[in-house]
Design a protein around this ligand. Structure first.
Ligand code: ATP
Ligand code: MG
Length: 522
């Protein structure tokens, strides 16, 4: 009976000869085994897997750019450049006749829509979608399966995916690919290389199945928060698409057109029964969800929906209105206040870029006492950042007079430099000019009393070198209400290439040498 079931399954499949031989052998074995014996069970299980693989079954790709644009626009607000990259990618696929064998990498901070864009790629193509997270995977067997001699052996995720989607050419999303190499070297990472390498994945060997699978028709879409921990060999083969985070206006649109309607629909609450004003929505964004993506925003909106639902039921009102006035009844006191920029003597705002997106990074320098000369650093700074601080100190020490400070200020000043918040690890060279400015502000006894932020690496000879993440940093500045920034001249082009809505209303100074920075600041 089992034998018949398995034979039936094979009818519509194009099973490779080697696999067919294996299946036949196993079917013969099953026929002579006693039903109910443990051997029977394992053989049956094995056959079940072998005959559930979608041998030769493929869905027809829908390579229609118009359709793709429609799907992408329907599901996502903004992201114009990301959508365009995807359309370009599909256009290439149209000429090549196939998009399989490619690896797309969507990289960006949490909650910016990577998973959701990946899903839309599958839908645009008319392909099945399967997603699993490789973050924290410790065992190669999760990817490649266990050998059958193992008790309770299972095939790996890739075989499981193919069984689930019933075609050989789905879109498979590998989430958190940057979290793999980080925690566990070696096995899972190299297994993944095998999966993604077009040379090797034509005949991928799952240990459990023990026959070759063709993964070359799969379109792999990986997601990551950062590129740092992805093996270079992998990175080389990927089409990188960057999602860098949203400014308040974009979040407004996303919330109104997607998040809010989605939440109401999920609870089956008619739209007109909860009225969230624009001003209240803006306050949610600025006061409760200051992040690069929209995940917190979605959570806060969900809280509003929940509380409003209670009000609707307990008060017999036909509708409730959520406005700036009563927002705190729903969300409590705001988590962020409008003015978060620290100011004072020795305090300067820098711009940082991490896997969480861009952020403003205040730097504080203070004189502890005047007994000795000295310098100390705190704030969980990485090695590179500590070096930046030392360069800044040396540079300022050597150029005090030039920048209008007391030439012997540091002779009797024990200086402490701190980068809050103290518990968050930070690294990178891009705070060089900011640290220098903080020390100069201290030495000149002059506070910087306007909303100004800066970024740039500084060399010992006072040259300002380019830094990464200009887009993320500009977004972060805007998010904190800072509309004047100093950037390295070498990043001029990166800035020029930003979309208009990010540049609007910004005053930007470009610096080649530190003296260009000082001229703007003091
Ligand atoms: P993580 O790194 O945490 O996995 P992610 O980048 O995969 O985050 P998603 O889960 O795709 O983020 O997005 C979070 C939520 O925000 C989803 O509900 C998604 O639909 C929505 N969203 C994000 N960006 C947009 C956008 N541009 N337009 C509409 N909705 C969006
Ligand atoms: Mg995701």
């Amino acid at each position: 009976n089992d034998v018949d079931t398995f034979r039936d399954r094979l009818e519509d499949l194009v099973v490779p000869p080697k696999v067919l031989t294996r299946i036949e052998e196993e079917l013969d074995k099953l026929a002579v085994l006693e039903t109910g014996s443990p051997e029977y069970g394992t053989t049956r299980n094995y056959l079940d897997w072998l005959t559930s693989m979608p041998w030769g079954v493929r869905s027809q790709d829908q390579l229609d750019l118009g359709h793709a644009r429609t799907v992408l626009d329907r599901d996502h607000d903004g992201l114009a450049d990301v959508k365009e990259r995807i359309v370009e990618f599909l256009a290439e696929g149209t000429f090549k006749g196939d998009v399989g064998g490619s690896i797309v990498l969507l990289v960006g901070p949490p909650g910016v829509g990577k998973t959701s864009v990946g899903r839309s790629i599958a839908e645009a193509l008319g392909r099945e979608f399967y997603r699993f997270s490789v973050g924290g995977m410790r065992d190669e067997a999760e990817i490649k399966g266990h050998r059958r001699t193992y008790i309770g052996a299972m095939p790996g995720k890739l075989a499981q995916a193919l069984k689930e989607v019933e075609v050989e050419n789905p879109v498979i999303m590998l989430d958190e690919i940057d979290k793999l190499g980080q925690s566990f070297q070696g096995d899972p990472a190299s297994a993944l290389l095998e999966v993604l390498d077009p040379e090797q994945n034509v005949d991928f060997l799952d240990h459990y199945l023990d026959v070759r699978l063709d993964l070359s028709k799969v379109l792999f879409v990986c997601t990551a928060n950062t590129l740092d921990s992805i093996p270079p060999a992998l990175l080389d083969r990927m089409e990188q698409i960057r999602l860098s985070g949203y400014i308040a206006e974009e979040k407004m649109a996303i919330a109104k057109n997607h998040l809010w309607p989605k939440l109401l629909k999920r609870d089956n609450i008619p739209k007109k029964r909860i009225n969230l004003t624009d001003a209240a929505l803006r306050q949610v964004i600025e006061g409760y969800a200051r992040e690069a993506g929209v995940r917190q925003l979605e959570k806060q909106l969900h809280r509003i929906v929940r509380k409003a639902a209670v009000k609707l039921l307990e008060s017999d009102q036909q509708s409730v209105k959520v406005s700036v006035k009563n927002l705190e009844e729903y969300l409590g006191a705001p988590l962020f206040r409008k003015e978060q920029v620290l100011q004072g003597e020795g305090v300067v705002t820098g711009l940082a870029w991490t896997s969480m997106g861009g952020a403003t990074l205040p730097i504080e320098a203070g004189k502890v006492h005047s007994l000795t000369r000295g310098f100390k650093l705190t704030g969980k700074l990485g090695e590179v950042m500590q070096e930046s601080a030392n360069i800044a100190y040396s540079y300022v020490l050597g150029h005090l007079a030039e920048y209008g400070a007391d030439a012997d200020f540091f002779d009797s000043a024990f200086v402490h430099m701190h980068v809050p918040e103290g518990a968050t690890p930070k690294d990178g060279p891009s705070a060089g000019v900011t640290m220098t400015t903080a020390l100069l502000s201290l030495a000149r006894h002059q506070a910087i009393d306007r909303n100004l932020a800066m970024t740039g690496e500084l060399t010992l000879t006072g040259h300002v070198l380019p830094v990464g993440g200009i887009r993320e940093k500009v977004i972060a500045a805007r998010r904190s209400g800072i509309f004047e920034v100093i950037l390295p001249e070498a990043n001029h082009r990166d800035y020029d290439e930003l979309p208009e809505h990010l540049k609007e209303g910004m005053t930007v100074h470009f610096a080649r040498r530190y003296k260009d920075v000082a001229r703007v600041v003091f």
